[in-house]
Design a protein around this ligand. Sequence first.
Ligand SMILES: Cc1ncc(COP(=O)(O)O)c(C=O)c1O
Length: 413
Amino acid sequence: MRYDDNLTAERKTFVTHLECSATGERHAADQIHNLSRAGKPLLVRYDLDGVKKVLSKDALAGRAPDLWRYRELLPVRRAQDIVSLGEAMTPILPLPKAAAKINGGELLVKDEGRLPTGSFKARGLVMAVSMAKALGIKHMAMPTNGNAGAALAAYASHAGIKTTIFCPEDTPEVNVSEIGLQGAKVFRVNGLIDDCGKIVGDGKAKVGWFDVSTLKEPYRIEGKKTMGLELAEQLGWSVPDVIFYPTGGGTGLIGMWKAFAELEAIGFIGAKRPRMVAVQAAGCAPMVRAYEAGVEHAPRWENAHTIASGIRVPQAVGDFLILRAVRESGGFAIAVSDEAIGEGLEEVAREEGFLMCPEGAATYAAYKQSLADGRVKRSEQALLFNCATGLKYPLPPIHRALDRHEPIDFSQF
Ligand SMILES: Cc1ncc(COP(=O)(O)O)c(C=O)c1O
């Protein structure tokens, strides 16, 4: 097996069509699409009986450990369209000391900070850009809270596609810099991500760019789906009891839910599903409010604010899909305060030597809160998502000074 087998080998593909997630209406595959004719996200559908016939667990086990090993369940038809920066499988780490401290049970974290551009946004964008290359798209545009823009810039530049990116004014400097350095034209906008999204939408007709906003194109979700495929394979073709997912636009949560259904259809897992928990910040929790109100859509959250910038998404086009997955799974939606996020981040870093991003720390804070209120039991295996490396975020200054010219008091160490 060569390291690049998954990127170079032609493998049979099984996409049959795209389907409107609200009405079920069919749309043709292999054409440029944004939302469905009903204005809702499109989902890619596969001939899963066909996949079942050609793909075995053993065949998968012999492939290189990257996202492209799941090719039969992905939309890219030709190997030449794969745009790769090395999408390694991300490790699952146990957090036994942190769990013991809060009287928890088996606690795992999938560390997505190891992906290109340091976040799980690489999964969605590598797929969207590969499909854009296949379909001949020349200019892509996107609103972003930072990480998605960085991933788009990287992959689009790699593929020779032009990109224009809009982010909220207070997006962390590191994100704006990486986007610009990776070849995109990037703008800070005095508004939130949905205000940036409006500019992208308005420019579609005028500039002719392709809108890559969350769930407004069909392929980011297919890339994010690989989190579900990967974790099931890593857990020996089983799923955890509960998954805590930091939810902004919700692509990953919806994608994993789709992944589990596809894995069951091809006979790789059984009917068991994890309870899906949508984690949001108390300062921006539209899904939690809608979940608690028992409604299907989540109106815009006004004056959204949180230190976990990736989940500061006031309104999501896939709101009904997020809420549906959460409810069908028997999960729930939960909000955590910025204080709890900060405390969680420090606790895991100190206990485990593992520096989470604030959004990842939000899932740990949510686990802790759910244990305390009884919504999660110690007997359950829980899996958290650390969706970006903690090193991408501003860190608090921590230092002690030592004067080497003075006698050193060694009792202090
Ligand atoms: C670090 C981080 N976590 C979570 C999210 C939310 O992801 P999703 O859009 O899949 O809900 C984002 C999105 O920007 C992010 O950057």
